[in-house]
Design a protein around this ligand. Sequence first.
Ligand SMILES: Cc1ncc(COP(=O)(O)O)c(C=O)c1O
Length: 467
Amino acid sequence: MSARPDLYDKALERASTHARDWLASVPGRAVPPQLDADAVVAALGGPFPEGPTDPADVVDLLARHVEPALMAMPSGRFFGWVIGGTLPAALAADWLVSAWDQNTGMRFATPGTTGTEEVAGGWLLEALGLPGGSDVGFVTGGTMANWTGLAAGRQQVLTQAGWDLDGDGLTGAPKVHVLVGEDRHATVDLALRYLGLGRPTAVAADEQGRIVPAALRSALEAVDGPTIVALQAGNLHSGSFDPFAECIELAHQHGAWVHVDGAFGLWAAASPRLRPLVAGVGRADSWATDAHKWLNVPYDCGLVFCADPQAHRAAMGARAGYLVHGSGGERDALDHNPEHSRRARGFAVYAALRALGRGGVADLVERSCTLARRFATQLGATLGVTVLNDVVLNQVLVRFLAGSDRDSDDLTRTVVERVQHDGTCWMSGTVWQGRAAMRISVSNWSTDEADVDRSVAAILRCAREAA
Ligand SMILES: Cc1ncc(COP(=O)(O)O)c(C=O)c1O
């Protein structure tokens, strides 16, 4: 017997009410959480209950004790890391993902999911200016998107070197050289670690964090054998872009596989105005990005693309007698991401793309960048505040300058702490090129000019108090 549908009603109604209450509270609430994790442990913990609790009561319990401990990440004044909010269509579609509960592995078994993801995948290739016919995988996030693209690269360059990776593994294999920009994201190194490729060779980057083509040329000339070059669209600090056309050409001349980490920066391609920033990126071999950052779908959702579907499938594909695969070599999702079983992430991506349309995606990206410049203009015009990076995208690095009797690193860290405590808005601190900075990232679809102006006022108030 299947579960009686009414058994879900009360719990779902409560969840819907709590979700709406939360969303209604977001515009006005302080951005930081009001309780810490220990308080949540105390409220929800205790001995593992012997018996059942009513499903609706469980939902109430969670909402009551967790909600005060939530960071208002969907707020238009949340500028931490690169964390977008959630578009209404994407959120609602994500609810359906759970209700429909499709294990998205096989085309035959979950045609609804597969069909939707095929449509979304095609639209993504268009939006991001990637070659038609590239393979698409829906993964958990940018880290696993990097991992998957680099895994495809590892497989390909070893195969080209005559090594049977599937049969013989990495032990005794020719060394795979991996060249990366000095200022790449840490998850590239993490992915390489997971792949058994060890620490990459860092190639010099310029003052904005872009890899230097002449240095890449020398690094390529210094290596022999299977090689992967990992480039970056959107430096996590400055938002800068590696010079793709030149670097990809160089790498390909040396027979290297080129992977691009574009967790958020690849979305520049969706805007006709910003597209020049990624000129030439489409000639790479694999690309990683996130939908849960700038496309504003709920966590978790990363995307990996591979120009050569065979290479992608060679690295990820799996076959087993008990699974049902199409006889015509049709696309099975489990051949394109590391998981065998996974949720139907593509529904939220489809919903976001459909709800926004091509123009809406471009607007979302351009608006975020315009608002980032608004931050930079207003803060940069203030005495004692300096903007450290060229604001080419949605990232702004701000430093607060102390008088001769105090250290600017210390002042900057204090301002960041005060802003985080103040609650009007939230941004993280960082260290860039050896200097402490406030890192502002604009990637929420709902952020507007008023949010920026209010946040700037709060930052300047905290800076005055800290001085
Ligand atoms: C440039 C870059 N690459 C990779 C990642 C990792 O993405 P995720 O956190 O979705 O795994 C991030 C996340 O902040 C990023 O900014």
